[in-house]
Ligand binder design. Structure first.
Ligand code: ATP
Length: 886
């Protein structure tokens, strides 16, 4: 048995894996991928199309109908039996296509949401889908990364891992790459290894992959799936229930109709087939699939607008969102930091230039000339306590890698002629404390000849209290007295008011990273601008119009935050709450305050959870963005957790319901718009479907109660169901959004989809249809026409009424004549159905099974005239809705 990865010296293990410290070559990686297969846990294969198709027949009603039909064929009703079979097959096929598409759409989503991983190949760091990792690959690990495979650490700095998913241990475990462990060390004690399925909470490291897919520790105990969950949405669950009670109610009515029919002496098998056909028609069995399709299709549209949904239920919640809490940096702003001003030893330095191009003059108090020593020291220190680098692409574009705040410091240093790579070679880094949003500071320790020194940079109020000395204009240290402290704080405030993010930089001689907590020498301040995203301003406006409150959450100073928020239009009343104030409040006080706060500043990730909870207690439906590991709890708690596709950590993405592929605030608003549209369409579909069913069932029940013949045959009723439930209903599910969709308040989540206006429309449409058809049938019967002529007229009238309703129900409030033909799918569907209708009425092979007759023109006039009355009835209902009476 080969020796375990953790009990070998690193070099020997690398040899054994055929790996090097600059990573595999692309060619080798590709070859290995062929050999080892994708890095993916084996999950249950998705349902095969055949299985899905077979499931469509597992419907008691359909089975009974089929059996009864076969029976009736033997009793001499062969032609009707064939017609029924054909229609049922079509209905089943339609159901299958719907479910298959839904399944495929969800599968595609799963693939899109698949995790990515940072690897080093050919000496370059790059992102690849975690699926493509192979043994021997080098993976770069940073706080917030989900580990995609098992690996042995070859480098680690303060790396701490959350291994709870694997070992159950809730405390983070410290990693150490330098140790070699004895064989048989338990998984939880393998300090030099990282494992698939766990995540980094702190520090960074590099590991060589030792096992992928089912060969990882995780694969061995397998089970957890990294994929989009296909749980049912609240609406789906609700509709399942509604569907079940409707089915029960419908069945009772059907039983009554059949019972009365038998009592009145109709042939048993005929009335039975009729009853079951009616039940098949009115039980809304397609409901769940259509809802899934609407959701899934909507989700595909969202991806085109850069919003990737990771959980279907969130699509519905989007439509009821009342508050969006958004991070500032990168989401509302461009995250392209540029240092504009420095403040060193009482000197104000302006920095020219924009973006990452390292060109621009540094001017002291407005004049040019040689930069004094302390300014040079500030720039050098800023580039040293820093992990970002600047490069020029072959096309001549300047590109950064690393954190934009740090990149801004690198660019500023380059403008003064200091190259970060030279500096980092000259002053080797020997220790570090990485930046975190909690401490808001970062420390690095460097060696210079025989001595060592530490550099600390971070938020001024975190750094300044630890400083006891400061640099003077000649570069000497002097005591930092209260008046200079005040001056510095005043500068911080002034820079903040100009929307600058301020970083303070300090140093300490001969210090390790751990003890650079006090006695620091203050070097200076750097103020950088991060311009707001142009499109965010517009999106903020749209939010407000849509009754959604945009709230900014930022780690930045309140003054900076206020300035940026004002520019974006988020700050209207001027309510800013700082992290320290949140800490001083209990949950109740925070709840009261949160109702009107527009900006939360200087907050840490743990405040975010409290903010979400406070808002939710106030009855808000909260969307919240987050990118770091520590944001995960807030993202989970929020009604819609939103993660970042570009800058976010894998852990935050997994905790979220939606990922912004472009990290852009306006994408959230676009997603909400889509969410509202999807919800609207499901509602339209539902109104149409249920109203049609009420019309059909009402007609039959009415005729039975009146003791008159049944107005439709089994074949006809099945056809009406296929024609209306089928294409037109589907077309409504993809109806274009109404223009006022972002001008009305969010959907009320408590009220659900069955709002009063919706019920009113459904009932008005259904009952009027019943009435018109009963009257028409009775009149036709007594007008000297035969029963089958009267039935044909009723059949055509019912179908036409449903088609008119499809157009009418495209809006709850707007009248039907506003862009009536905007939905081209609906137009096509109706056109097709009209052709079919004409064929059923006129083509001889069809008239026999359908029991129709060729209607003369005058009958058409009567039927169309009667059917058209549905339009004013629904329009009047809409008018009552608009005027607030319904
Ligand atoms: P937002 O929450 O809007 O996205 P943010 O997450 O960028 O803002 P933090 O990253 O928590 O906010 O930054 C808070 C403060 O920490 C900044 O105002 C700055 O003073 C300081 N800071 C940010 N980045 C660094 C860094 N790399 N090194 C040292 N200090 C930093």
């Amino acid at each position: 048995m080969p020796e375990a990865s953790y009990s070998q010296p690193i070099e020997k293990l690398l040899d054994q894996l055929g790996a090097t410290r600059s990573g595999l070559t692309e060619a080798e990686a590709a070859a290995r991928l062929g050999r080892y297969g994708p890095n993916q846990l084996q999950t249950a294969p998705s349902a095969s199309p055949w299985k899905l198709l077979a499931e469509q027949f597992r419907n008691v009603l359909i089975i009974t109908l089929l059996i009864a039909t076969v029976l009736s064929a033997f009793l001499g009703h062969g032609i009707e039996a064939v017609a029924i079979l054909v229609i049922v097959l079509f209905a089943v096929l339609l159901g299958f296509i719907q479910e298959y598409r839904a399944e495929k759409a969800i599968e595609a989503l799963r693939q899109m949401a698949a995790p990515a991983s940072k690897v080093i190949r050919d000496g370059r760091e790059q992102m690849i889908p975690a699926l493509e990792l192979v043994p021997g690959d080098l993976i770069a690990i940073a706080a917030g990364d989900r580990i995609p495979a098992d690996g042995r650490l070859v480098e680690a700095v303060n790396l701490r891992m959350d291994e709870a998913a694997l070992t159950g241990e809730s405390l983070p475990s410290e990693k150490d790459f330098a140790v070699t462990l004895p064989p048989q060390t338990a998984v939880g004690d393998r300090r030099n290894m990282v494992f698939a399925g766990t995540s980094a909470v702190h520090g960074r490291g590099i590991a060589v992959v030792t096992g992928t897919a089912m060969l990882t520790e995780f694969g061995r105990i397998a089970g957890m799936l990294q994929r989009v969950e296909s749980e049912k949405t609240p609406l789906q669950k609700n509709l399942d229930k509604v569907g079940a009670s409707l089915a029960r109610a419908a069945l009772v009515i059907v039983v009554i109709i059949v019972g009365l029919g038998i009592v009145r002496g109709q042939p048993f098998i005929e009335i039975l087939i009729f009853g079951i056909a009616l039940a098949v028609a009115v039980v809304p069995e397609a409901l769940p699939a259509v809802v899934t399709i609407s959701l899934a299709l909507g989700v595909q549209r969202m991806v085109k607008r850069n919003a990737l949904m990771r959980r279907l239920p969130a699509v519905e919640t989007l439509g009821s969102t009342t508050v969006i809490c958004s991070d500032k940096t990168g989401t509302l702003t461009r995250d392209e930091m540029t240092v504009r001003r420095l403040y060193v030893a009482g000197l104000d330095v302006s920095v020219a230039g924009s973006g990452y191009r390292p060109e621009g003059e540094l001017k002291i108090d407005g004049g040019s000339g040689e930069l004094p020593q302390p300014v040079r020291e500030l720039l050098q220190a800023g580039a040293l306590c820093n992990d970002a680098t600047l490069d020029r692409s072959p096309e001549g574009e300047w590109k950064i890698s690393g954190d934009p705040t740090e990149a801004a410091l690198v660019v500023a240093a380059r403008k003064a002629g200091f190259d970060e790579r030279d500096l980092r070679n000259r002053f080797q880094r020997i220790d570090e404390q990485p930046f975190s949003s909690e401490t808001k500071r970062m420390t690095t320790v460097h060696r210079s000849d025989a001595t060592t020194f530490a550099i600390v940079k971070g938020a001024p109020e975190m750094i300044l209290p630890a400083c006891s000395l400061a640099l003077d204009a000649s570069g000497q240290t002097e005591a930092l007295d209260d008046s200079s402290r005040r001056d510095i704080l005043e500068k911080v405030e002034l820079m903040g008011r100009d929307a600058l993010r301020v970083i303070a930089i300090a140093r300490k001689e001969g210090s390790g990273a751990g003890d650079a907590a006090d006695g620091l020498v203050f070097i200076g301040l750097a103020g950088m601008i991060d311009p707001p995203r142009e499109e965010a301003k517009d999106a903020v406006e749209r939010c407000v119009a849509a009754g959604i409150r945009p709230v900014m959450i930022t780690g930045d100073h309140p003054v900076t935050a206020r300035a940026v928020a004002r520019e974006l239009g988020i700050l209207r009343k001027g309510n800013v709450l700082a992290g320290v104030e949140i800490e001083a409040m209990d949950d109740r006080a925070l709840g009261e305050a949160a109702g009107s706060v527009e900006v939360f500043a200087r907050v840490s990730p743990e405040h975010k959870l409290r903010i979400v909870e406070a808002l939710q207690k106030n009855g808000e439906v909260v969307a919240m963005t987050g990118d770091g590991v520590n944001d995960a709890p807030a993202l989970k708690k929020a009604d819609i957790g939103i993660s970042m596709g570009i800058s976010g950590t894998e852990v935050s993405r997994e905790a979220s319901a939606m990922t912004l592929l472009d990290d852009n605030f306006s994408t959230i608003v676009a997603a909400i718009e889509e969410g509202r549209g999807i919800y609207d369409n499901i509602k339209k579909y539902l109104t149409y479907l249920l109203s049609s069913n009420i019309g059909e069932l009402g007609l039959m029940a009415g005729a039975t109660l009146l003791g008159i013949p049944l107005p439709l045959t089994a074949v006809q009723i099945l056809y009406v169901n296929l024609a209306t439930d089928g294409l037109p209903a589907l077309a409504l599910a993809v109806d274009p959004a109404e223009p006022d969709i972002m001008k009305r308040p969010p959907n009320d989540r408590k009220q659900g989809i069955f709002t009063r206006p919706m019920m009113a429309l459904m009932l008005a449409g259904g009952l009027w249809s019943m009435l018109v058809n009963l009257v028409l049938f009775e009149w036709a019967r007594h007008s000297g026409r035969s029963l089958s002529e009267a039935m044909t007229m009723t059949f055509v009238s019912l179908v036409l009424i449903q088609f008119f309703k499809a157009y009418n129900f495209r809006s709850e409030r707007e009248h039907v004549f506003r862009k009536p033909f905007a939905n081209k799918w609906l137009n096509l569907a109706i056109l097709w159905e009209l052709v079919m209708l004409a064929a059923i009425v006129y083509v001889p092979v069809l008239t026999t099974p359908f029991g129709t007759f060729a209607m003369p023109a005058e009958d058409w006039v009567i039927v169309v005239g009667g059917a058209l009355t549905i339009v004013p009835v629904i329009e009047m209902t809409k008018w009552l809705i608009r005027s607030g009476r319904l």
